[in-house]
Design a binder for this molecule. Structure first.
Ligand code: GDP
Length: 323
């Protein structure tokens, strides 16, 4: 039986990947940063089938102890605060976890179990202000925030351990990937939850920033399958994981609200606080290499993703309501 270690198991991707690997017969061990019960909300239904350990990736000895104790065959690194705004507020902490955390894990692998296969959750934010559209594995890096800068570091360190130490270490350059487990700081979930609340009479409006902003949005469940595929290849490599298409925030609103039987134009209020500096070029990934080499294709369309999220939000709110 193979053992997988997932850092940041309680996040969206950690929870989907845990389910995926359990189905494949893996023993799954995961880390959470601290005792906050919110860390296990998304994996509560798995707690009798996975092992959870506390580790925040700030302490090398502790990381090495986890490796000694569990000797994982595969390691997936999701430990991060993936909300961009938090990396502006706490850039030093973000750097310690997002950047230094990668080196700590790679060092532990190199020293303790060098045959272990490593997946680094890299990000489209490494392209920030992209030199070309769409972006591929060859597009130059141009991050625009502390999160993106730390992700560039993690990406390059993963490559360095692959090239210099021969580790099986891969980066998946992940474009936005969403699900009913996405936290509501992200615009997708903010919109699907608001559509459900308005439908049920629990809210009257939705305050948003730029409706013309566009993103390459896929389903998180499709992306964790690609991550696993990357670690099953004969050679370690980096791959863009994306849908290759973009939609606007307005498209998202239209899809979500119409699925709930509503006209979004009646409920959206644009507010200055949610506006960000204008984006000069679009972040959209070219997933051609993942298609070609991994045989990976996403299975969930934008439309189905948004509809599933609205249905899940309606379900949660209905079951929570007193009557
Ligand atoms: P990320 O910026 O790609 O990590 O993902 P988000 O889901 O936070 O934002 C996606 C896009 O939606 C960005 O271009 C935002 O400018 C835009 N957006 C518009 N209104 C909002 C809002 O109210 N909240 C958030 N989070 N994003 C918004």
């Amino acid at each position: 039986m193979k053992t997988a270690l997932i850092t940041g198991m309680g996040g969206q991707d950690g929870s989907y990947l845990s389910e995926f690997l359990l189905d494949k017969g893996y023993r799954v061990v995961g880390t959470v940063p601290d005792e906050d019960p919110a860390n296990i909300d998304r994996i509560r239904h798995l707690l009798d089938r996975v092992e959870v350990v506390q580790d925040d990736l700030l302490d090398q000895d502790r990381i090495e102890k986890v490796f000694h104790d569990h000797r994982p065959d595969e390691v997936y690194n999701f430990a991060a605060n993936s909300v961009l705004a938090a990396s502006f507020q706490q850039p030093i902490l973000a750097t310690m976890v997002l950047a230094m955390g990668v080196t700590r894990i790679l060092e532990a692998i190199r020293k303790i179990i060098p045959k272990t296969r490593y997946f680094q959750a890299s990000s489209s934010e490494i392209f920030g202000k992209p030199a070309e559209v769409p972006q591929s594995e060859k597009t130059p890096f141009h991050p625009r925030n502390p999160y993106g800068v730390s992700k560039v570091y993690g990406h390059l360190m993963t490559m360095t351990y692959r090239e210099n130490y021969g580790l099986f270490a891969c980066s998946g350059i992940l474009y936005n990937h969403e699900s009913p487990r996405r936290s509501p700081e992200f615009v997708t979930r903010k919109i699907t939850r608001a559509a459900a609340m308005i439908k049920l009479g629990l809210a009257k409006e939705l305050r948003l920033g730029n409706l013309d902003a566009r993103r390459d949005w896929g389903f998180a469940g499709d992306y964790v399958r690609a991550m696993w595929l990357m670690l099953q290849q004969p050679q370690a490599d980096d791959y863009v994981l994306a849908t290759g298409e973009t939609h606007s925030v307005r498209d998202l609103c239209e899809e979500a609200f119409s699925h709930a039987g509503l006209d979004y134009r009646e409920y959206i209020v644009q507010e200055a606080e949610s506006f960000r500096p204008p984006e000069t070029a679009q972040l959209v990934g070219n997933p051609g290499k993942a298609h070609r080499v991994l045989g990976w294709k996403r299975e969930v369309s934008f439309r189905d993703l948004v509809r599933t999220m609205v249905d899940a939000d309606l379900e949660v709110l209905r079951t929570k309501r007193p009557n």
